[in-house]
Design a protein around this ligand. Structure first.
Ligand code: G6P
Length: 368
């Protein structure tokens, strides 16, 4: 155990720091020149991608959050309608199967009972094809799906998923580009995005350098009972993932909201005892997010804003700004995940919880 952890105090920290390599390994062999190789998804994948008229993504836990990010990409880049649902809900409701729909499951283990049951249901209910994005090659999910893209994260031991999540996002970007090219995405746009994707391991290295800063920041969270995570657009699922990480391993109640919904309820909770974490890359929604954050400030809330280097936002009383290295918008959900993982990790360490084996949770939930 100690030998495998190397110099790291916990598997979770080791796995956070393995992400540049895990991401590079997941890209390896899936890109030729400036293009995604559609056959990476399996024999017959190019035809399946051409035929697809919509995509349904189903998963649980952290994998579900990856699916939620992908919905933004599949609709905006590949131009296909996309729905996302947690497997435990999907499997127990009557649903309409759209014509020529691709059914995609996401799972680190490939053995999650609800996800597997949803796949089996989908295979009986008339989907055009099934695809699994999974980290375990010999898993049931992989064996039972028509198409497969393996994430090459390597074994993940910490119950709280980290490198499996970011490699799922990489796999989903590859899927988005392969699907997009089979639809209406032009070659030059794909090439530009692939070029950006290739920079990801280096960008993750750079953001990991924030570790000490975030460890210091964690001290302000240790004695808190509740926290709120805010994001907009594809950063909303990243806020959800940040909240999930914190609650899983530090046992602090954490909730995520799309920032525009603040005024419809959570603003009532804001006081100086509830830290508010915001994920704020410099994208088209930044101005909207800033006015949402003003609403928090005006009510005495303590803001911790994770922002791009060039976001015009200043530190003032009650506002802490943590600057991230510059990246392209396409990579932001992956880049902004890293400080969320580090924050949860350091808060949990300070609280003295069992970081790799949090109470009541299992790495893989193979029963219902
Ligand atoms: C459990 C784990 C989570 C994981 C979820 C889905 O709840 O504790 O970390 O995200 O299962 O697992 P899967 O293997 O299907 O991704």
């Amino acid at each position: 155990d100690a030998a495998e952890r190397g110099d790291y105090r916990h598997f979770m920290l080791k796995e956070i720091f393995e992400q540049p390599r895990a991401v590079a390994d997941t890209l390896e062999g899936r890109i030729a020149g400036a293009h995604v190789v559609p056959e990476s998804f399996g024999y017959g994948a190019p035809e399946v991608f051409q035929r697809a008229r919509s995509v349904v993504l189903v998963a649980c836990g952290t994998s579900y959050h990856a699916a939620l990010v992908a919905r933004y990409w599949i609709e905006s880049i590949a131009g296909l309608p996309c729905t996302v649902e947690v497997a435990s809900e999907y499997r127990y409701r009557k649903h309409v199967v759209p014509t020529d729909a691709l059914f995609v499951t996401l799972s680190q283990s490939g053995e999650t009972a609800d996800t597997l049951a949803a796949l089996r249901l989908a295979k009986e209910s008339g989907f055009a094809a099934t695809l699994a994005i999974c980290n375990v090659p010999e898993s049931s999910l992989v064996r039972e799906s028509d198409l497969v893209l393996l994430t090459h994260a390597g074994p993940e031991i910490g119950v709280a998923s980290t490198k499996a999540f970011t490699t799922q996002l990489v796999a989903l970007l590859l899927l988005t580009l392969a699907l997009g090219r089979a639809q209406s995405l032009d070659e030059a746009t794909e090439a530009a995005m692939v070029t950006i994707l290739r920079t990801l391991p280096t960008k993750i290295e750079a953001v990991l350098e924030l570790d000490a800063r975030i460890a210091a920041l964690a001290e302000t969270f240790v004695d808190k009972q509740h926290t709120l995570f805010l994001g907009r657009g594809e950063q909303y699922p990243i806020a959800m993932e940040g909240a999930l990480k914190l609650k899983e391993i530090s046992y602090i109640h954490a909730e995520a909201y799309p920032a525009g919904e603040l005024k419809h309820g959570p603003l009532a909770l804001i006081d100086d005892q509830m830290p508010v974490v915001a994920v704020a890359p410099n994208n088209s929604l930044l101005e909207k997010l800033k006015s949402n954050l003003e609403e928090v400030r005006a009510r005495g809330g303590q803001l911790y804003v994770f922002a791009d280097r060039d976001v015009p936002m200043s530190e003032e009383d009650g506002v802490t700004v943590i600057r991230l290295p510059e990246t392209d918008d396409l990579l932001d959900p992956i880049i902004f995940t890293i400080p969320m993982q580090l924050l949860a990790y350091h808060v949990a360490v300070l609280k003295g919880t069992d970081v790799d084996q949090p109470r009541n949770l299992a790495k893989s939930v193979t029963v219902e």
